[in-house]
Design a binder for this molecule. Structure first.
Ligand code: HAM
Length: 422
């Protein structure tokens, strides 16, 4: 038997309903906040991610599915959406029409990380990006959108962490300070961090190795090295979060795994997810559009990890599979044919209806009806056809009544809709 590729998974019926609910809620929120959808391809030129996310990040160094196609062009499966959305913003000159664009997208991402609970090699993100606005109001607005999603999903056991990563004016000095600090502890760093120390010292904050964590005790923090503009920007973001009554934790060690961030960075962490506990992350990236060949336009955004969100909710919510309203038990060829036409007519009326088209025994069909969770069963066999009336059974009260054959659709509609609107 051919099995799934390691780190990949199927989302099955029974599970998918929750995913769809989350997507619907998020889509509604985006519409309320004036966003429009964008879909970008799964495959892009490798260079887009190398330049966009940063050549020395783990994602680009070791986690991308990269291959050369027939013309020796290096292509990669997207590990995230931001670089692609920025490419589209530039390529289609969306900024020329209006530099301010509020875009959302949903879809699969690919990272060849070591699989574990909550970490997959294909996972799904819901992504938001806003271009063209420097104001801290927008950072706060994006966080508000994210926390509104958590709220509508009744996810109270999540914590928002925020930080500022400074800008190209204040960060270099901080990097130097950090390098000086790390230089004295270089022996205690893991081999990866010794390399990071040279090329990208902020990455050391992301390392999970015990030695590296201990070495960072007493390390300088970026928040103490922000320039005045960055400090004011960060304070304003915090001020709006307070006004929106969004609680947060300032975490000066939050650096994020992608290099494009400037100023605001944030993550939403869940208490019950184990090691892979980030359900969402994002921040501001004021230099990225220009770095990818576009005009000097700022950006800010976030991505929610749908797999992790669904796993958090599945621990709590019972299956959200939509049960049929009506099951038609039809016996014999003539009744089967008549029922099959009712089946479709009722579905067009918006009534979830099922039947067994294999014409199994009444006992078997009643068992199926019971298992399906249908509230009503319509029973029709040779005798009912001759008498001109089908039997309508309420599965909760077990009460039965008869319905003239010509009135079946109208009757079912009234009974089911009547209950639905009660
Ligand atoms: P990220 O923090 O790399 O950010 O990913 C966002 C979310 O995707 C994570 O918080 C997590 O829930 C989920 N995720 C990441 N990797 C995996 C995985 N291997 N398995 C399951 N879930 C995963 C970004 O991707 C940025 N592009 C976000 C952003 C948008 N920043 C600005 N705009």
């Amino acid at each position: 038997m051919i099995q799934l590729v390691r780190g990949f998974k199927d989302v099955l019926p029974g599970e998918i309903e929750l995913w769809q609910d989350i997507e619907d809620i998020m889509r509604n929120i985006f519409e309320e906040f004036g966003f429009t959808q964008i879909r970008t391809p799964i495959l892009e030129r490798t260079e887009l991610f190398a330049r966009g996310i940063g050549a020395t990040t783990d994602i680009v160094e070791k986690e991308m599915y990269t291959f050369s196609d027939l013309k020796n062009e290096s292509l990669s499966m997207r590990p995230e959406a931001t670089a692609s959305v920025v490419r589209a913003y530039i390529e289609h000159k969306m900024y020329a029409q209006n530099p301010v664009q509020k875009l959302y997208s949903m879809g699969p991402m690919f990272r060849r990380e070591r699989p574990q609970k909550g970490r997959y090699r294909q996972f799904y993100q819901i992504n938001a990006e806003v271009f063209g606005l420097y104001s801290p109001k927008i950072d706060a607005e994006l966080i508000l959108i994210l926390m509104t999603l958590m709220d509508r999903l009744s996810l109270t056991e999540v914590v928002l962490h925020i930080n500022s990563l400074g800008c190209e004016r204040c960060r270099p000095a901080f990097k130097e300070r950090l390098q000086i600090f790390l230089a004295e502890r270089i022996e205690t760093l893991c081999p990866d961090c010794r390399r990071r120390y040279e090329v990208n010292p902020l990455r050391v904050f992301d390392c999970k190795a015990q030695g590296c964590r201990e070495s960072l005790e007493g390390a300088p923090t970026i928040l103490d090295h922000l320039c005045e503009e960055c400090r004011n920007h960060f304070n304003e973001v915090r001020d709006f979060l307070n006004r929106f009554q969004i609680s947060y934790k300032v975490n000066p060690r939050l650096v994020r795994g992608l290099d494009y961030y400037t100023r605001t960075a944030f993550e939403v962490l869940a208490a019950h997810l184990g090691a892979q506990n980030a359900v969402a992350g994002g921040g501001r990236y004021d230099g990225l559009v220009k770095a990818l060949g576009g005009p000097a336009q700022p950006g800010v955004g976030f991505a929610v990890g749908l797999d992790r969100l669904a796993s958090l909710l599945s621990d709590r919510a019972p299956g959200l599979v939509k049960q049929p309203n009506v099951f038609i038990a039809a016996l014999g060829d003539r009744a089967q044919d008549r029922a099959f036409v009712w089946l479709q007519a009722l579905r067009f009326e918006g009534i979830r209806t099922e039947m067994d088209v294999e014409d199994r025994s009444l006992k078997s069909q009643m068992r199926q009806a019971d298992k399906s969770g249908a509230s009503y069963v319509l029973i029709v066999g040779e005798r009912e056809l001759e008498e001109g009336a089908a039997v309508w059974r309420d599965m909760n009260t077990k009460e039965q009544e008869t319905v003239p054959l010509e009135e079946v659709v109208e009757f079912v509609k009234k009974s089911v809709m009547g209950i639905a609107s009660a």
